[in-house]
Design a binder for this molecule. Sequence first.
Ligand code: ATP
Length: 338
Amino acid sequence: MHKITLIPGDGIGPSIVDAAIKVIEAAGVQIEWDRQVAGMAAVEKHGNPLPDATIESIRQNRICFKGPLTTPVGGGYRSVNVTLRQAFNLYANVRPAISFEGTDTPFKNVNLVTVRENTEGLYAGIEHFIKVDEEKIAAESIAVVTRKGSERVIEFAFDYARRAQRKKVTLVHKANILKCTSGLFLEIGREVAKKYPEIEFEDRIVDAASMQMVMKPGIFDVIVTTNLFGDILSDLASGLVGGLGLTAGANIGVDAALFEAVHGSAPDIADKGIANPIAMIIAASMMLEHIGELKAARAVEQAVRDVIREGTHLTPDLKPGSTCGTADLAQAIVAKLG
Ligand code: ATP
């Protein structure tokens, strides 16, 4: 029996999380869910988007399954996602992008995973204006790339490649211009690669890599890169396989791992029963893999792929005009696992 912190989230969160739980149950994995709140739901209940009880639960269980959250506008609240990332040192954001047969995209046979450094780089949060007489004459943002931060995420990418039987790691950088920050990341990548002789290593400059991801996505296997480039390239990769509604991410850290859909809480369709639960169900499959339930993880992924290929139980975002709702789609996946 696994014990996992469950945050249903805001907007469409509770409905897609509920769908994913049914799929996990159908895959035969026993989980004791420790239900906690965050985001708007937590503000309404406790006046705090990230209550201490939620943090404590994640600290104890070390695994968290999280629906999308709405960060309240105003009130000085920090983004819950950023706070969680920092609180648990979630340094690697892992996003698989694997083509689904039956989706409406011109890109076929995409099969890559982006590993994004999630805690430093240009998103370290060191930014300021330079003012003269109250006039903003310049703005500065400082990118921080550390040896420790780079080593751990690059090693994670190689270990992931080894576990997932992937053959190549491509390090994406801009070391020709950013000679210190990107240069250090590349230098460490070359050092780490020597410890994994069975895995091919190459590096590409970010602008060329972006073009090649669109023109020849098949040349990529595992991509590892710094925070800003990873933010952009992981969304690009999602676009190659049909958009954010089909993409999940894992945030892996020293102290915990958190699994989620990539899209937001979609308040515009929150009470309509038509949210697509697939990204959340893929997040569930990634979590099952992480906790060692490999057979169930594969079965869930295959069931999702079969339902998308058949195309008869798809929500309107995937099949315009469809009357299939969240629960119908989830039920179609559950039926495959029965
Ligand atoms: P947030 O502020 O939480 O990020 P948002 O609406 O700005 O929410 P998303 O939630 O990512 O951002 O939604 C962008 C668009 O995609 C919306 O029109 C939303 O309805 C749609 N969308 C997002 N997720 C899904 C989903 N799972 N199923 C169907 N439509 C979705």
